[in-house]
Design a protein around this ligand. Structure first.
Ligand SMILES: Nc1nc2c(ncn2[C@@H]2O[C@H](COP(=O)(O)OP(=O)(O)O)[C@@H](O)[C@H]2O)c(=O)[nH]1
Ligand SMILES: [Mg+2]
Length: 255
């Protein structure tokens, strides 16, 4: 492992530790489509150890028709940042949790944690709303982390997002968007695994019959979408990346 890797991880955990230290409540953001996959158990353990009040915020609910609530750890609120749904429920829950734990408090400091790209910053923007031009800033430490004012009662701290230490499941990270489609190193290999994991779903979306081999299926889709390389061969890298983009943006609903 390069020293650089450790320093990046160090910085990420630095922001987790800072959130633990400075916040009254910790919010853990989960993806409505991948609830189990986006729970970071290391963070949950840390929160429990430190007896911090917490709330799970299940976001991107617009991308999932029926959410299996039995999978969501309590306490939770379901929201959609793009559709601005669940905003007042979230705000109320935060204030109730704060009041229960700390009594009546003028200002509640909330730290936002979760996997990269899970939707943390969007939740913050939803809470801030269009009308809160007054982004009064409280500096956290000497570092760049800051509390941003959402409204007259709530301050929010964003973080860069953190994955459990040593977790190296590339398929999962592509599926949940932690590795976005522009950064996937071997899109075809990953997509083949997704075709295997969700039989027929991707084929059906593009109206192709499943091929005997997964790479054959990607070729069929590339041909159908006119994604060709010189000489007319299917451009499977581009096709795989395009399909991963559709999955990540929820335009192709895989589950
Ligand atoms: N459909 C949908 N997309 C969302 C929602 N929240 C965030 N996104 C998208 O998910 C991606 C990551 O969001 P962002 O808030 O930057 O995630 P962060 O890295 O956790 O801060 C962006 O492309 C957002 O537009 C949501 O509620 N619904
Ligand atoms: Mg962000």
């Amino acid at each position: 492992m390069s020293p650089c890797f450790f320093s990046i991880m160090g910085n990420l955990w630095h922001s987790v530790n800072l959130v633990m230290k400075e916040s009254d409540i910790v919010v853990i953001v989960l993806d409505a489509r991948f609830i189990t996959e986006t729970i970071n158990h290391e963070i949950v353990r840390k929160i429990n150890e430190q007896k911090k009040p917490y709330l799970f915020v299940v976001t991107k609910s617009d991308l999932k028709e029926s959410i299996d609530k039995s999978k969501i750890p309590e306490p939770y609120v379901i929201v959609s940042s793009t559709e601005r749904r669940g905003k007042s429920a979230l705000r109320e829950r935060l204030l109730i949790i704060a009041e229960k734990r700390y009594g009546r408090k003028c200002t509640v400091k909330v730290g936002i944690l979760g996997y990269p790209n899970v939707g943390k910053s969007s939740v913050i923007n939803m809470l801030k709303g269009r009308h809160s031009a007054s982004t009064s800033i409280m500096s956290g430490h000497t570092r760049a982390e800051k509390f941003i004012r959402a409204d007259n009662r709530i301050l929010l701290m964003d973080t860069p997002g953190v994955i459990p230490y040593g977790e190296n499941d590339q398929v999962k990270h592509v599926l949940i968007g932690t590795t976005d489609f522009t950064k996937v190193k071997h899109p075809e290999t990953i997509l083949e695994k997704l075709i295997e994991r969700y039989p027929g779903v991707i084929e059906k979306h593009f109206g192709v019959t499943p091929d005997d081999s997964r790479s054959g299926t990607i070729e069929k889709i590339a041909m159908k979408k006119g994604l060709l390389r010189k000489g007319g061969l299917p451009d499977t890298d581009r096709a795989a990346r395009m399909i991963i983009r559709l999955i990540q943006t929820g335009k192709l609903r895989i589950q």
